[in-house]
Design a protein around this ligand. Structure first.
Ligand code: GLC
Length: 456
């Protein structure tokens, strides 16, 4: 398909996916595919709507984004008791369903993970909501919405919940497995990078959008402190390049007391074999996860790209991540965009990490599949680091592939050449991601949607 027709097909899918409530557009369905495996793909997922919303903002159609932001705020009151356990306000839904047209009086119903496969809590939703609010305010100038009582209450409740001390021993946020885009068991419990990037983005946003008054003083102070400590911690301890790898390789362990260098008691024996020779001089990345005695060396694309976009990495680290993409292009970008994580886990490790999940077999879905929806973050991060040529190459590959394959949700295979065995077609965030990527390259005026957060 030529690029113009490809973009037209993306727009068509996005527009067809718009969901209406009481005659107003309020979101987009996750996929338009009559044969989808799970019925909740008809629903609007908060994380999936973000790329759709960025397109609407870039194209001067902010109403749907405003309606969505207001609706999510309302829906957070629908939180149900799960297994007898009543949860704190501040969590926002993973997705919501709009009632059928014939049932106009009914209200949309939200899912807080209580209906979702695996019953996972969507920790990322409230953070995406706040980040989207920031993009909305930046593009429309409608600060009044963020400053309204309801929105200030919503932000406060979320910050109270997310800043509550639990059992963390570092500034990084502690979460259960599957609490974000990777919403199935994948060994991403603890302190996954994507959550840290979103947390950092949300805390920075709070500094901009919470009104500085007596009521908010304490939250503003602790969120500022946390974002500073989180940033230093991630920049130092999540970072891996050749120098750091050598350090870890020769780490002393069992260090007791305050002068320890190997703070988390990482045993060098836990370094996986594949990493030797995998990094080039001048490249590096943020590790997937970090906890006591544990480094997850897997490379997770979205976390790394969001860390660049939100300014959680240093500029040099951002460049080194892009160098790694260039150096390991086939492995990390592949024949269809974009590896979600590398490498896949297999054998006993797969059984143990995923609970023997047939959807997450090696090099498929969350376990090393390729996801076109990540293209917007890749192109945004590449442009931010001055690597437009990589951004262009990435978009060309995507335009060559995804529209002809009818916008799959994901691809399978080590190099990503196969349409995912259980993948939906008509996956809306695959199409929205391509439109954003194209806009960012063609029209730099559209950049304010993620004008970088540079909070000191
Ligand atoms: C899958 C993905 C999740 C996404 C949802 C809807 O569950 O893992 O990230 O939000 O599909 O597309």
């Amino acid at each position: 398909m030529d690029p113009a027709s490809a973009l037209e097909s993306a727009h068509q899918l996005l527009n067809d996916a718009i969901l209406y409530h009481e005659g107003e557009p309020v979101g987009t369905a996750a996929a338009l595919d009559n044969s989808v495996a799970a019925e909740n793909y008809e629903e609007c997922f908060v994380r999936d709507f973000v790329p759709s919303a960025l397109v609407f903002l870039m194209e001067g159609k902010p109403e749907i984004v405003r309606n969505f932001l207001c609706l999510i705020l309302e829906l957070r009151n629908q939180q149900s008791v799960m297994a007898g356990h009543e949860r704190a306000p501040g969590l926002m839904p993973a997705s919501f369903k709009v009632p059928k047209k014939s049932d106009a009086s009914a209200t949309p119903s939200a899912d807080f993970g209580d209906r979702a496969i695996g019953r996972v809590a969507p920790v990322d939703s409230a953070m995406w909501w706040m980040l989207l609010l920031r993009s909305y305010v930046l593009t429309t100038g409608d600060l009044a919405l963020a400053h309204s009582d309801d929105f200030q209450d919503g932000m406060r409740e979320t910050l109270e919940l997310y800043l509550q001390e639990s059992f963390e021993t570092s500034p990084a946020m502690l979460v259960p497995d599957a609490s974000f885009m990777i919403d199935r068991r994948m060994g991403v419990y603890g302190h996954p990078l994507e959550i840290q990037a979103l947390f950092y983005g949300m805390l920075s946003t709070a500094q901009e959008l919470l009104i500085s008054n007596d009521e908010n003083k304490r939250l503003l102070r602790i969120s500022k402190k946390r974002l500073q400590t989180l940033r230093s911690y991630v920049r130092i301890y999540f970072w891996l390049d050749l120098e750091r790898l050598n350090e870890i390789h020769r780490y002393k362990s069992e260090e007791f007391g305050t002068g320890a260098v190997n703070l988390l008691n990482i045993y060098p024996e836990s370094i996986p074999g594949w990493i030797d020779g995998w990094l080039s001089p001048g490249s590096g990345y943020m590790l997937g996860n970090l906890g006591p005695g544990r480094i997850d060396f897997r490379f997770f694309s979205f976390g790394n790209l969001l860390a660049i976009l939100f300014g959680l990495t240093t500029e040099q680290q951002a460049e080194q991540i892009m160098n790694l993409y260039e150096y390991r292009w086939k492995a990390l970008f592949g024949l269809a965009p974009l590896k979600i994580c590398y490498p896949a886990v297999s054998g006993d490790k797969w059984a143990f990490t995923t609970g023997s999940d047939p959807k997450n077999v090696p090099w498929s879905y969350h376990n090393g599949g390729n996801w076109p929806c990540l293209i917007w973050a890749f192109v945004g991060a590449a442009i931010r680091t001055g690597r437009s040529e990589l951004a262009r190459k990435a978009l060309d590959i995507t335009l060559d592939r995804a529209p002809d394959d009818n916008w799959p949700e994901y691809y399978d295979g080590k190099w990503g050449s196969l349409i995912g065995r259980r993948s939906n077609h008509g996956q809306v965030w695959s199409a929205a991601g391509v439109i954003i990527a194209h806009q960012l390259l063609e029209n730099p005026d559209s950049l304010p949607v993620f004008e970088s957060i540079n909070f000191q």
